[in-house]
Design a protein around this ligand. Structure first.
Ligand code: FPP
Length: 246
């Protein structure tokens, strides 16, 4: 069997398990999210070291508004404070920030912070960090279809792809979900069509460099066929390219 020769260019992560991490320690859920932020910091550094080019994380879903108000407000505050605090380090590390999601309904503090974080890091290119906030895969498809219709373009796969909120990057090669659940939860529904899925039982705050290496090792052992047969792959000199190379 031929297997992936190169490490993942783009990793997407559902950072699940912060609440359970906190409950196990009799801490409030927000303490879990704060520890989750620490884990994200570590993951960004690890991705840079491993020459991953794009990291896309699910920080707040369209459905997370249903959580208790104090947790929602806490997550908003965490993001706003993280932006103020982390951007100088991201700048030094060559990270380019993108915020992906519906900005309507976010407070001015949060949406200004998002815009400033993006502008400040716009010249960086070592790692693209897509923070999906107030994001849902279905929201993205609907807004993309709306754009295509508004321009009066024919509905094609390419037209929709180009109108999606992640049009600036290639599709994820490796899709990781921590926390033991095995579902997509409305994350990257379009873009994950050919991603390799990897589910870890580790809670997100415990997902460290060695856990990331295990996920990458699993990815490297997979055969990516993109709809072809194994025999076709072995015959082909070139590795299959992602449907939407960037
Ligand atoms: C899911 O775990 C996690 C979230 C909804 C929030 C993710 C946020 C972070 C990792 C912090 C980084 C944040 C920003 C703002 C960049 P859960 O709470 O559903 O965990 P549970 O399933 O154990 O309850």
């Amino acid at each position: 069997m031929s297997v992936s020769q190169e490490g993942p260019n783009h990793i997407a992560i559902v950072m699940d398990g912060n609440g359970r991490w906190a409950s196990k320690r009799l801490l409030p859920r927000l303490a879990g999210h704060r520890q989750g932020l620490e884990s994200l910091r570590r993951c960004i550094a690890a991705c840079i070291e491993r020459q991953v080019k794009v990291l896309t994380v699910f920080a707040f879903s369209s459905e997370n508004w249903k959580r208790p108000a104090d947790e929602v407000l806490g997550l908003m505050d965490l993001l706003a404070n993280a932006l103020a605090k982390e951007v100088p380090q991201l700048l030094k590390d060559g990270v380019r920030l993108y915020f992906v999601g519906d900005r309507q309904g976010l407070s001015k503090k949060v949406s200004d912070g998002l815009a400033q974080g993006e502008a400040a890091t716009a010249h960086n290119s070592r790692l693209v960090l897509n923070v999906c906030f107030n994001y849902g895969g279905r929201w993205d498809m609907v807004q993309a279809a709306g754009k295509v219709a508004a321009f009066g373009k024919p509905i094609t796969e390419q037209a929709i792809t180009d109108a999606l909120a992640l049009a600036h990057v290639s599709d994820p090669d490796l899709f990781i979900r921590t926390g033991g659940e095995m579902r997509l939860s409305n994350f990257l529904l379009w873009q994950a069509a050919y991603s390799e899925l990897y589910f870890s039982k580790k809670l997100w705050p415990d997902f460290d460099e060695s856990a990331l290496d295990q996920a990458i090792a699993a990815f490297l052992s997979r055969e990516r066929r993109f709809g072809m047969t194994s025999a076709q792959l072995s015959e082909s000199e070139d590795r299959p390219k992602l449907p939407r190379p960037k």
